[in-house]
Design a binder for this molecule. Structure first.
Ligand code: HEC
Ligand code: HEC
Length: 526
């Protein structure tokens, strides 16, 4: 009997009056009246007054806030189907659930408030009052060393293939497996198979140990199963499951990408690389631009599919090449995802009750790189959300639509979200799509004839830049997109000779001063 059916069993007993159930409030040691106050103030907006996961903000979210009445929790140290421990719940409250709307409350609420609200949220479900259920955390051994060795990762990869991870997570782990478009959670909402290249968005934490625990316990309420049975059945050893966790960890950067304000474009001796697969890109720093949903103009969009893009840039004194790479589980337009797209559009509210433009369609993927028309002298910049009627921005746009003119690239002036006037001179573009990743390279000469409308790129200046992305198979088009704020692009100048001279001069000066000081001291002693 699975734990879930065991719980239903308990519920039926209770309904039939077979089990005398004390009032939930009398059972808990912690003070649930204080907990209730905290809950109503800080949690009910999302999780709902009755804990049913249906607060006023809930409809805008994917994943939806947890429905506490069912007592089904994703991040546990207990076996699949079991209740979580208090420590598990407290961890979710303290640290939040990355990659979802669930905030971290440590630092926002006191220790006592967090404990009290935990006690209160347990009162939403009678399962917590059933003392016959012993909630015990599984004991996990410690992580075997050598987790980044080629041999360990190879073992991990073998099990990734043989125990069916790729069915949902895809060959390279970007959440694009053949089953991915069919997935839904227990409440029937569409759910994405996690992108294993973005461990910082894992709900239960990014370390190999966190991943190992998720593989042991599963994420209850979702299609992500527990793999503990396979150890019991001796299909694989505990150590091999650790290797799998370490392999999954190796797919993401070693550290959570840091957001930096300025993209440096080094100056190359040779010509700039126009191809997305050029070996030059492997040697150039990449910068992470987080993107958020467009929630300013109607229709608003609270479930952006692209959570960020990696940007790299180089120049050769004459041209700039800019490579933007991002994870997108679909090469849109892709009709295999139409059903999933429809479910996403039905699930996520937009504050646009008219429902206009909510029909699922085979939309392309799109990207826009935005600059001001001129490099500003000071800090003034046009409105970040595609400029304004009187103060347009200069943009490069790319679309994956088949047979699009100019290889999919266009340049133009945007005057707000609704208006884009193409200019005759588009940048050159080359794009590639491989296993859930787009790479698009724009190249353009630094100087162009149309100095009135087209940004003239100059080395040594801080050039404002912003990015926008659309995933067609998530129904994104028009105002439904992911946006960034302004950042800066700086084209490095050839290193001037004085950079090398200055340290030498400084050293000589220091040495000279030192000698003077020493001489004076000697003279005084004499
Ligand atoms: C802005 C909306 C929002 C607020 C406010 C919020 N939550 Fe959540 N919470 C969520 C979402 C969304 C999820 C589900 C994430 C998922 O399923 O991946 C969640 C999940 C949870 C979970 C489930 C963890 C698990 O392992 O399944 C707990 C516990 C929780 N929230 C507690 C709280 C408490 C306590 C508060 C108030 C102090 C609170 N939340 C406030 C949005 C919110
Ligand atoms: C039936 C589909 C399915 C299979 C098979 C599957 N997963 Fe998942 N996995 C999911 C879904 C869906 C999620 C996202 C859950 C969510 O958003 O809460 C997920 C989430 C994850 C996460 C993120 C956990 C977190 O803390 O957020 C990891 C890591 C992961 N899976 C690894 C694996 C590995 C490794 C395998 C193979 C052993 C595997 N998955 C097999 C569907 C699957």
């Amino acid at each position: 009997m699975t734990a879930r059916s065991r719980r239903i069993g308990v519920a039926m007993l209770v309904a039939a009056g077979g089990v005398p159930l004390p009032s939930p409030l009398s059972l808990v040691a912690q003070d649930t009246t204080v907990g209730k106050k905290v809950y109503v103030k800080w949690c009910a907006g999302c999780h709902g007054e009755t804990g049913a996961g249906d607060g006023p903000a809930a409809a805008y979210m994917l994943p939806r806030p947890r429905n506490f009445t069912g007592a089904v929790y994703k991040i546990r140290t207990t076996a699949s189907g079991q209740l979580p421990t208090d420590a598990d719940l407290l961890r979710a409250i303290d640290d939040g659930l990355p990659g979802s709307a669930m905030p971290a409350w440590r630092g926002r609420l006191s220790d006592a408030e967090r404990r009290d609200v935990l006690a209160y949220l347990k009162t939403f479900s009678s399962f917590f009052t059933d003392t016959s259920q012993h909630v015990v955390a599984l004991t996990f051994g410690s992580e075997p060393g050598g987790g980044t060795n080629a041999e360990a990762l190879k073992t991990g990869r073998q099990f990734y293939d043989s125990i069916g991870c790729r069915k949902c997570h895809g060959d390279q782990g970007r959440g694009d497996g053949p089953s991915a478009p069919t997935l839904k959670d227990d409440a029937g909402f569409p759910i994405f198979a996690a992108d294993l290249h973005q461990s910082w968005r894992f709900r239960g934490g990014a370390t190999s140990a966190d991943i190992y625990r998720r593989l042991r316990t599963g994420l209850d309420g979702t299609p992500m199963p527990s793999f503990s049975d396979l150890i019991d059945q001796k299909f694989l050893t505990d150590e091999q499951l650790w290797r799998l966790a370490q392999y999954v960890r190796s797919l993401s950067p070693a550290r959570t990408p840091e957001v930096r304000d300025v993209i440096h474009a080094p100056r190359l001796a040779g010509a700039v690389p126009a191809a997305p697969g050029d070996s030059v890109w492997a040697r150039v720093d990449q910068y992470w631009f987080p993107l958020v949903g467009q929630v300013i103009r109607k229709p608003r969009w609270f479930a952006p599919a692209v959570s960020g893009v990696w940007v790299q840039a180089v120049h050769d004194g004459k041209s700039l090449a800019l490579r933007v790479s991002w994870d997108d589980r679909t090469r849109s337009p892709d009709t295999t995802w139409l059903g999933f797209e429809r479910r996403v559009l039905e699930t996520v509210a937009g504050g646009d009750d008219s429902g206009t433009g909510r029909t699922a369609g085979a939309f392309p993927d799109q990207l826009a790189v935005q600059f001001p028309r001129r490099i500003p002298g000071g800090m003034e910049r046009p409105y970040f959300l595609m400029g304004a009627e009187t103060d347009p921005v200069y943009q490069w746009r790319w679309t994956s639509a088949p047979n699009a003119a100019g290889g999919g690239a266009a340049a133009g002036l945007a005057r707000g979200l609704e208006r884009f006037d193409s200019l005759p001179g588009a940048p050159r573009v080359q794009a590639s799509y491989d296993h859930g990743e787009w790479r698009v390279v724009f190249t353009r000469s630094l100087a162009t004839p149309d100095t009135a409308n087209e940004l003239q790129l100059e080395a040594g200046r801080a050039i404002p830049v912003a990015l926008f992305a659309w995933d067609g198979s998530s129904g994104e088009h028009g105002n439904r997109l992911a946006v960034s704020t302004w950042y800066f692009l700086a084209l490095d100048q050839p290193t001037p000779p004085r950079v090398f001279v200055t340290p030498v001069v400084a050293m000589l000066l220091t040495l000279g001063l030192g000698i003077v000081v020493v001489r004076r001291a000697q003279r005084r002693q004499a």
